[in-house]
Design a protein around this ligand. Structure first.
Ligand code: 5RP
Length: 230
């Protein structure tokens, strides 16, 4: 990925990232998201650290951990913190309630734990991610491979259809050594209810519906940052 944006969408991601890092304070523990938008936030955090800001980062994926380390950001394991002050992450969709679909990059399990530990979860996105109802983007469901067929049938019972995510001809394997089904539930009328139902299915490690975890969404629009709160 280029450090400097080469198109409007990336420029808007950078604008949102620059606005989001304004919420970081000295000595904060900072959750570091995953994906092409969170990438710009990590670059901004690294720049601030270079200029003297003292923070420790908690990564949401192996990829983010290596990127952050390579940029000189000191990291903590999520098991070693009781809370995280601010997390900056991306999303695949968000609605006016600031509920999200995440997991396009397959990192939603760690992203959800980090979000749950976080006092201020800030989502950065480009304008195209805002929807009236979640669900055009399929809901990523991370599944322990042994339970794949059981979970597939349980998803069908809930009205979800979907295939195992593939990469280069083989199933995509997450950082936690699991597989993902991208489940299509159509447009989702009640994200909280669907989230609860998915939480009940044994064999699902985490799904990509994030309900009531977000404090703020920041969207880059041209050179301006628009902030959505509840
Ligand atoms: O949830 C995620 C990864 O699991 C990402 O935040 C989400 O997929 C958005 O990615 P991008 O910023 O590249 O559009």
């Amino acid at each position: 990925m280029d450090k400097e944006p080469t198109n409007t969408k990336d420029l808007e991601k950078q604008v949102a990232a620059r606005e989001a890092v304004k919420y970081i304070r000295d000595n904060d523990i900072v959750g570091l998201g995953t994906g092409s938008t969170a990438y710009y936030a990590i670059l901004e955090v690294a720049e601030l650290v270079k200029n003297g800001l003292k923070i420790k980062g908690v990564p949401t994926s192996e990829h983010t951990a290596s990127l952050a380390t390579s940029l000189g950001i000191e990291l903590l394991d999520m098991n070693s913190v009781e809370y995280i002050d601010v997390t900056i992450d991306g999303a695949d969709e968000f609605d006016v309630q600031l509920n999200l679909i995440k997991g396009g990059g397959g990192a939603h399990f760690r992203e959800k734990i980090v979000a749950s530990l976080t006092k201020k979860e800030i989502i950065i996105a480009d304008a195209a991610k805002k929807v009236d109802k979640l669900g055009k983007f399929k809901v990523p469901v991370e599944i322990v491979p042994l339970a794949l067929n059981y979970v597939k049938r349980a998803l069908t019972k809930l009205g979800g259809t979907g295939e195992v995510r593939m990469k280069d001809g083989s199933p995509f394997i997450t950082d936690n050594h699991n597989v993902i089904i991208d489940a299509d539930f159509g447009l989702i009328e009640d994200a909280a209810k669907l989230s609860e139902s998915l939480n009940q299915i044994e064999g699902i490690l985490a799904h990509g519906l994030f309900v009531n975890l977000t404090a703020m969404v920041i969207v880059g629009k041209g050179t301006e940052a628009l902030t959505y709160t509840k």
